[in-house]
Design a protein around this ligand. Sequence first.
Ligand code: ZN
Length: 172
Amino acid sequence: MKIADGSVVELEYTLRDDDGDVLDSSEGEETLHYLHGHGQIVPGLEKALEGRVAGDNVVVVVPPEEGYGPRFEDRVVTVARERLPADEEPEEGMVLEGNGPGGESLLLRVVAVSAEGVTLDANHPLAGANLHFDVTVRAVREATEEELQHGHAHGPDGHGHDHDHDDHDHEH
Ligand code: ZN
């Protein structure tokens, strides 16, 4: 069965940066299940997997435009400590939830804490990066009705992905 829109695909994957350092990998972890054609993975990888079959190894370099987008320096801002919630002491590497200009929720990484304030970066951590993927297709199957309704894969056998919740009516 070839990977097409509506396929649930199981992947082993390793993601590296331009220096060859591993950013993320399924090695020693659970494999990734995703619903093809629903934007669950970055567009460049989704495109490279189209038409592939179980057993295929796909090595692809995805540029930022087809990955997590470009990096915008104006998404890095320094704000006064008082503007942040008082209950948590900001530390480098911490991720805070904030709101964008349109009220949308944003994840803000704390990149520096100094006397002037706290520097926050709203860029995706992989924005501007070339993504070096090495993936192996483990399995391809058709999505269930429920998966198509939810717009994502539910694991190897089509059941819920979150074992702590009722498989049949979890919300997203
Ligand atoms: Zn679901």
